[in-house]
Design a protein around this ligand. Structure first.
Ligand code: ARG
Length: 458
């Protein structure tokens, strides 16, 4: 048991207590951030004359060696240390002797861990954002190629009106774009440095907190030391953004699963992204989409868990906060994995355009347009709705589509119909006449695609 705080104690810690308290098994994940933070701290201590130039140089050199030894596998992080902070400090003291003991001057593990977690989360915000950007590029590519790929749009999972695949994909583009904006907001709010908050009340040493903040790319120091050590809002915000990303991925997955089913066959998932059954040879299952949908619960769980952990904690630091790590790391890794895999699945997925088109033709998706035709010829909308309702009933009875009816049959229900009705209710017309901003018409869609393309170049 290697502990930083033995002095005040007369008895050894009970082994079970030690194990229960220790965090090294998971906080080793931010060994890099811990060392980076220590280097910044020591650099500032040197600048302020709290350490001599030689002490500062010696500690920094040694910290860098510890970092490369860990990264290149020469130094293992083992459970004999309580946490990653103890591991780094103990190794520094082993190598440097008394000078190493000066590392922790003017610092507490409370502000140290607050810094490490913030640095780690900040990096994860950027990684997640980069993955979302790649996913958006895949979606945009599909949009560009499919402004004329007609498919049914659904409400209540019932065929509603014809749209295009580009339009459908465009909806997800908007969702993931908002997710990126959320990440940017979080970054802006969280990018302040808690180091120098001390245990809770700052320190008596003349630390230059602006300088440490600047060294690590923060906008500045946090402005209240009690809040500095006990704020986990940024993590809750990030987990909330992650939960929303997962919700979007899960909805998308659900559609892929439906589209990939035998009944729909709108898409075919690439062999590399599907799995088989151990008993049914014909099976090709959409497991990746199902797993993404399933893992959404885990990420929601992390958010709820942290909100609950934080809700009863008095100021300032309390050990409950150690519970912020495992679940957050799990959620962060899960979200990154899901975005990357979903992106791979989407990029390799084949869209069965004929099936989509046939499905759009088959479900009276042009009924609204038939009613609009009547309205354009002077029939009040409510009457037109009733007339087309009768037409639909007639078609269901005969097992045909509106387009299959002869002009005589149509005229028998309403004399207003003329030869041009067929053109007016063709799938192409239905889609391409919808030209309001955000609608599926080709021209409207192309404007949006051009704007999104520019957005992705930024
Ligand atoms: N492992 C601790 C955590 O993750 C580090 C801070 C320990 N501070 C303390 N006062 N015991 O929160």
């Amino acid at each position: 048991m290697a502990q930083l705080w033995g002095g005040r104690f007369t008895k050894e810690t009970d082994q079970l207590v030690y194990n229960f308290n220790a965090s090294i098994t998971f906080d080793q994940k931010f060994y890099k951030q811990d060392i980076e933070g220590s280097i910044a701290h020591v650099t500032m201590l040197g600048k302020q004359g709290i350490l001599t130039e030689e002490e500062m140089q010696a500690i920094i050199k040694c910290l860098k060696e510890i970092l490369s030894d860990v990264e290149e596998g020469r130094l293992a992080i083992t459970n004999e240390y309580e946490d990653i902070h103890s591991f780094v400090e103990a190794n520094l003291i082993d190598r440097l002797g008394d000078t190493g003991k000066k590392l922790h001057t003017g610092r507490s593990r409370n502000d140290q861990v607050a810094l490490d977690m913030r640095l780690y989360t900040r990096q994860e915000v950027l990684h997640t954002d980069a993955l979302l950007k790649e996913l958006l590029a895949t979606i945009l590519h599909i949009m560009e190629e499919n402004t004329e790929t007609i498919m049914p749009g659904f409400t209540h999972l019932q065929k509603a009106q014809p749209i295009t695949l580009a339009h459908h994909m465009g909806a997800y583009f908007e969702m993931f774009k908002r997710d990126r904006l959320r990440l940017h907001d979080i970054y802006e709010r969280m990018n302040y440095c808690p180091l120098g908050s001390g245990a809770l009340a700052g320190t008596t040493y003349p630390l230059d907190r602006d300088y440490t903040a600047e060294l690590m790319g923060f906008y500045g120091p946090t402005l209240n030391s009690m809040d500095g050590v006990s704020d986990r809002d940024y993590l809750i915000e990030f987990l909330s953004a992650c939960a929303t990303i997962m919700m979007h991925l899960s909805r998308f997955s659900e559609e892929v699963i439906i589209w990939n089913s035998n009944e729909y066959q709108f898409v075919e998932i690439d062999d590399a992204y599907s799995t088989g059954s151990s008993i049914m040879p014909q099976k090709k299952n959409p497991d990746i989409a199902e797993l993404v949908r399933g893992k959404t619960g885990r990420v929601y769980g992390a958010l709820m868990s942290l909100l609950t952990t934080m809700k009863g904690i008095p100021l300032a630091y309390n050990k409950d906060m150690q519970e912020d790590k495992e679940l957050s790391f799990d959620a962060m890794d899960t979200v990154k994995g899901c975005i990357a895999l979903f992106n791979g699945m989407l990029a390799t997925m084949k869209f069965n355009k004929e099936r989509m088109r046939a499905s759009a033709n088959g479900g009276f998706t042009n009924a609204t347009d038939a009613a609009d035709y009547l309205v354009n010829h002077g029939v009040p909308f409510r009457d037109a709705h009733g007339i087309v309702g009768q037409i639909v009933l007639y078609c269901i009875d005969k097992g045909i589509a509106i387009d299959d009816m002869s002009l005589e049959e149509l005229k028998a229900i309403s004399p207003v119909f003329e030869e041009d009705i067929y053109e007016a209710i063709s799938m192409e017309t239905c889609v391409n006449k919808r030209l309001t901003v955000g609608a599926p018409g080709k021209e409207a869609m192309e404007k949006v695609i051009a704007a999104e393309k520019e957005y992705l170049m930024q």
